[in-house]
Write a protein that binds this ligand. Structure first.
Ligand code: RIB
Length: 305
């Protein structure tokens, strides 16, 4: 069956330490636990879209190491098509993650094989993009490749989603016209718009700025404050479902994957946002990246507190 969601992006092995708090510079802390968990924003979004109802293909690169085998296997068990996940002569991408007792995290990523995602890889797997309804990109692969993929998605008439994560700088101006849904969190919205984002009002201003730059629709995810949806016609604020957070890693990825799966299934934007929000809320109640991502049945069974 052809994929209706294609995710173009990173696969990382997450090396996760839980500690009482995040360490300061020069400090050694005694941690509570350590685990290796499959992650990477691209792979997490692929797993989320698959568990939440979509047929998914992944376009990415892993290294020729044990992590690469495990990262690919983690997608295959979710029935994700991996014909476009290439094995390259490099180490797989890794993410060093510390999660504190308040469920906050700090992450350092090392791209490794994700750096081999050149624009030529997008051309090589053009047939995979052609059968998609929705194409999702993030920023853990080279910018030139993201820009190329966005433009190809637009040329093919697909629904194009960019989750600009991680972002610490404005996006190339010529990307915006190819983006149907730009989904930043607060700090990413600030980096992209050049405006501070620390409240709903300031998120509205940043979203308006990003729309004036050319993005079709903007969804600013605001953590426990919910999400702000904006387009040329106005704004809508969606409250977040209330849950007890254990680990926020991959909450944004779960929202993006769930939103995309719902859109691909023909849901409206409003329905897709609410679906993605419940999925993301459930993900923060569980530890880890991919292990925390719920299924469609979990979302259907969710009862607000
Ligand atoms: O969004 C969470 C992800 O960010 C982690 O899985 C880690 O790999 C980093 O890419």
């Amino acid at each position: 069956m052809p994929a209706n969601v294609v995710v173009i992006g990173s696969l990382n092995m997450d090396l996760v330490t839980r500690a009482p708090r995040l360490p300061r510079g020069g400090e050694t802390l005694i941690g509570h636990s350590f685990a290796t968990v499959s992650g990477g924003k691209g792979a997490n979004q692929a797993v989320a879209a698959a568990r939440l109802g979509a047929q998914v293909s992944m376009v990415g690169c892993v290294g020729n190491d044990d992590y690469g085998v495990q990262l690919r296997e983690a997608l295959l068990v979710e029935q994700i098509d991996c014909q476009a996940v290439s094995v390259v002569e490099d180490s797989s991408g890794v993410a060093l993650i510390v999660v504190d007792d308040n469920s906050q995290n700090a992450i350092v990523i090392v791209a490794g094989a994700n750096g081999s995602m050149t624009p030529a890889v997008i051309d090589q797997f053009d047939a995979v993009l052609q059968v998609a309804d929705v194409i999702i990109c993030q920023l853990e692969i080279p910018d030139a490749t993201v820009g190329h993929a966005l433009k190809r998605g637009r040329e093919l008439g697909k629904t194009v989603i960019l989750n600009p994560a991680p972002a610490s700088r404005p996006l190339p101006a010529d990307w915006f016209a190819s983006i149907d849904y730009l989904i930043p969190n607060e700090s990413e919205a600030a980096a992209l718009s050049g405006l501070p984002v620390d409240s709903l009002e300031s998120a509205e201003k940043a979203a308006a700025q990003l729309i004036s730059m050319g993005a079709g629709n903007v969804i600013v995810t605001l953590g426990a404050q919910g999400a702000l949806f904006a387009n040329g016609s106005g704004y809508q604020h969606f409250l977040a479902p209330k849950v007890k957070a254990v680990d926020t890693t991959a909450a944004g990825d779960t929202f993006v994957g769930g939103f995309a799966a719902a859109l691909a299934a023909g849901k409206t934007e409003v329905e897709a946002i609410r679906f993605g929000q419940i999925a993301a809320a459930l993900s923060v109640t569980r530890a880890g990246a991919q292990p925390s991502i719920p299924t469609s049945s979990d979302v259907q069974a969710f009862k607000p507190a």
